[in-house]
Ligand binder design. Structure first.
Ligand SMILES: [Zn+2]
Length: 126
């Protein structure tokens, strides 16, 4: 729909559908009761609420989607930027974890080869 805009919320492709031109509008205050948009997949209202001195939660009334964000993230533009940053960090984290796993596998293999070589030489020494 051309009069709507989408914000990708998570790495699981959860999308907040918002009415244009609300990108720079506050997600605080008046919009909190009405909802800040629609959760695209379940078509339920997504709300925003303070949960502590430092954080607020974005939550879907339909499916229970809940994202905790810093309180400074108070406009749609900031929310969009923050979510993209989180998704990018998550990707980096996954790449790093997979790299470490590969490295451990490699180490394990070389250690085994090393052990095999040692026992071979031990055998020859006998
Ligand atoms: Zn939902």
């Amino acid at each position: 729909m051309e009069n709507r805009q989408e914000i990708l919320l998570t790495q699981f492709n959860e999308i907040l559908s918002i009415r244009k031109p609300r990108t720079d509008d506050s997600i605080d205050g008046a919009y909190a009761d009405l909802g800040i948009g629609i959760h695209k997949i379940c078509k339920s209202t997504v709300c925003s609420r303070e949960i502590s001195e430092t954080h607020r939660a974005i939550f879907c009334k339909g499916c229970g989607l809940r994202i905790v964000i810093p309180k400074e993230i108070d406009t749609y533009a900031k929310l969009n930027a923050w979510c993209q940053e989180q998704i990018a960090q998550q990707k980096k984290q996954e790449e790093f974890t997979s790299m470490v796993a590969d490295w451990i596998k490699y180490l394990h293999r070389t250690t085994k080869d090393h052990e095999t070589r040692i026992s071979f030489f031990e055998m020859r020494a006998c």
